[in-house]
Design a protein around this ligand. Structure first.
Ligand code: SF4
Length: 323
């Protein structure tokens, strides 16, 4: 499979069974009508609280979960087509996930060399041992783990959290990743080293790597990602060019997220509060706006009708009855 230029998700729905009887199963709707595009050399931030469906969508793109309905296309080819299945190994190499806890994704009894050599041998079985080792060293250098030869012989516990996350990124690069689905990649790191990881990923964009950057921190989304999508309980509620979404947030939930940012540089909105309410569990039968239970601007129709998509600017969209 040649390099991927674009991954497009259209109207994706993901339901998970959560119980019910023999004749009537119950489902949790984890993602509802999600449409997004990942492009080579760009980052799309997916922002939202826990339970917003961010990781579920990433896992579907990585083919860990299959969507209940909707399509995922890679340069126009649908990944569920029978013809596409033959390229599964290529796809797995080119679309890689990295996770929040870098320590949890590394086996403490193996060296960093082992962690990189194993996937390289799976995805490039014709490489000689020397070539595998050369690729390991070059990749560790690429992610800033110098001197690479010494790093390769270390065990995960000998590295800092930031270094371990660099190893996780190196493992993706070593097998030729073109898209990285980064699930909260800096949230478990010390604040002082988060910027280093973001800068590394930013640098990788210039090599054509595309990112889906999953985060609950809308401030880093603006810093790192060209485009931002805000999700709430499985729904995209506002999305578009990052500066526009973060500087002129229109959806009450986006405004709430922005108001919680403690840093200077992002304009605060007056909307600092939402109703205290449980985050709702959405099912296929759920109606209305998912944010209605917390929204201070809620109207009668918000409870009955799902808001349509409104285009606010060339690349800025919102789903809210206010617009
Ligand atoms: Fe609030 Fe209604 Fe807009 Fe939902 S659709 S965010 S409840 S105003």
């Amino acid at each position: 499979m040649s390099d991927i230029a674009e991954i497009t998700v259209e109207d994706m729905v993901i339901d998970f069974p959560v119980g019910g009887g023999l004749f009537r199963k119950q489902y949790l709707r984890a993602a509802n009508g999600v449409s997004l595009t990942l492009r080579a050399g760009e980052a799309l931030a997916i922002v939202g609280e826990s339970g917003s469906g961010k990781s579920t969508c990433a896992r579907a793109i990585a083919r860990i979960n299959m969507p209940t309905s909707g399509t995922i296309r890679v340069d126009g080819a649908e990944i569920t087509d029978p013809g596409f299945r033959q390229s599964q190994r290529d796809y797995a190499a080119k679309v890689q996930m990295i996770f929040q806890d870098p320590f949890g994704s590394l086996n403490p009894v193996h060296t960093i060399r082992h962690h990189l050599a194993r996937p390289i041998r799976i995805h490039a079985p014709k490489l000689s041992s020397t070539e595998v080792d050369e690729r390991i060293i070059a990749t560790l250098e690429r992610v800033g783990l110098s001197p690479a030869a010494q790093t390769a012989d270390k065990f995960p516990y000998e590295l800092s959290g930031g270094q371990r996350q660099r190893v996780a990124i190196a493992r993706a690069l070593a097998v030729g990743a073109r898209f990285i689905l980064a699930d909260e990649p800096i949230s478990m790191l010390d604040v002082s080293i988060r910027l280093g990881i973001l800068n590394l990923m930013d640098d990788m964009k210039r090599d054509g790597i595309g990112f889906m950057y999953i985060t609950h921190d809308i401030a880093t989304a603006r810093y790192f990602a060209e485009r931002t999508a805000v999700m709430y309980v499985g729904h995209m509620v506002e999305w578009g060019e990052s500066d526009s979404v973060t500087q002129s947030p229109r959806h009450p939930y986006t405004q709430l997220l922005i108001s919680a940012v403690p840093e200077a540089g992002i304009r605060k909105t007056r909307e600092r509060k939402a109703k205290k309410a449980e985050i709702p569990m959405r099912t296929p039968e759920s109606r209305g706006c998912p944010f209605a239970g917390r929204c201070l601007k809620v109207m009668d129709r918000c409870h009955a009708d799902m808001p349509p998509i409104t285009q606010l600017q060339e690349d800025h969209y919102v789903r809210c009855h206010l617009y």
